[in-house]
Design a protein around this ligand. Structure first.
Ligand SMILES: [Fe+2]
Ligand SMILES: [Fe+2]
Length: 222
C-alpha cells in the first residue's frame, strides 16, 4: 500500500488495491470456512484424550469455542491492521504474529472437535466487525495501531487466565493449548509495545473489555 499526503492533514494510507482486497477477502473466507493448519507442533500432541463427564466436556468445548472465536477475531484484526499500517517494520511484526494466531486457530479447532463441540455460528459477524476495528486502528496511525494491539493482547491474556481457572483439571489437552496461547499473546503484547504502541485512554480500554464480554458471553452459548 502507498501513502498519500494531504496538505495540512496527517499522512493517510491510500485506499487498498484491488489485489489487496481480493487477498483479504480470500483470507476471510479461509478463516471462516476452511480448516486452519498449524506451523508449529500442537501443544497437546502426544497427550491422552481425557476422560471427562458429559458436563465437563460440554463446558470445555464451550470455552474452546469462545477461544476459537477469539482467534477468528485475531485473524480479522491483524488483516485489517496490516492493510492500513504505515511503517514496513510494523507490517512485518503484524504478519509474524498473524502466523502464530493461525496456529491458535488450528489448535482450538482441533480441541473443539475432540470434545465433540462446534464452532460459533456468530463467527462471520465477529470477523467483519473485528476487521473493521483493525483497519480503523491502522488508519489512526502506527502508534495507536500498536497500542490497540498491545491492549487487545493483554486482555486476551487475562481472559485465557480466567479460562485456566475454570477448565476441568482433567482436561490436560485443552489446558496445554490455552497455556501456550497465553504465552504467545503475552509475547505479542510485548512486540506491540516494542514497536511504539501507546497506552490507550482508559475509556477505550474499558469499551474494548465491554465488547469482549458480549463476544465471550454470546459465543459460550452460540
Ligand atoms: Fe491468539
Ligand atoms: Fe495474539
Amino acid at each position: 500500500m502507498n501513502f498519500r499526503r494531504t496538505a495540512g492533514l496527517p499522512r493517510l494510507p491510500s485506499p487498498p488495491s484491488v489485489e489487496e482486497l481480493i487477498v483479504g477477502f480470500d483470507r476471510g473466507l479461509r478463516t471462516l470456512f476452511a480448516r486452519a493448519t498449524s506451523s508449529r507442533p500442537y501443544p497437546d500432541a502426544d497427550m491422552p484424550e481425557p476422560d471427562l463427564t458429559p458436563e465437563q466436556r460440554r463446558h470445555a468445548a464451550a470455552l474452546m469455542r469462545v477461544n476459537h472465536t477469539g482467534e477468528v477475531c485475531a485473524q480479522a484484526l491483524y488483516q485489517g491492521q496490516m492493510l492500513t499500517a504505515r511503517a514496513p517494520e510494523v507490517r512485518r511484526a503484524l504478519a509474524r504474529a498473524a502466523v502464530e494466531e493461525t496456529d491458535h486457530l488450528a489448535w482450538t479447532e482441533q480441541r473443539i472437535e475432540a470434545l465433540g463441540g462446534r464452532k460459533s455460528v456468530l463467527n462471520p459477524l465477529f470477523y467483519f466487525g473485528s476487521f473493521a476495528m483493525g483497519a480503523l486502528s491502522g488508519i489512526a496511525g502506527d502508534r495507536w495501531n500498536m497500542g490497540f494491539l498491545a491492549e487487545t493482547e493483554r486482555q486476551v491474556e487475562g481472559h485465557l487466565t480466567s479460562h485456566l481457572d475454570t477448565l476441568p483439571d482433567a482436561d490436560v489437552r485443552s489446558r496445554a493449548v490455552v497455556e501456550k496461547m497465553r504465552a504467545d499473546e503475552a509475547a505479542h503484547a510485548r512486540t506491540a509495545v516494542d514497536h511504539g504502541g501507546a497506552p490507550l485512554p482508559a475509556p477505550i480500554a474499558g469499551a474494548m473489555r465491554a465488547v469482549a464480554k458480549v463476544m465471550t458471553t454470546a459465543t459460550y452459548r452460540w
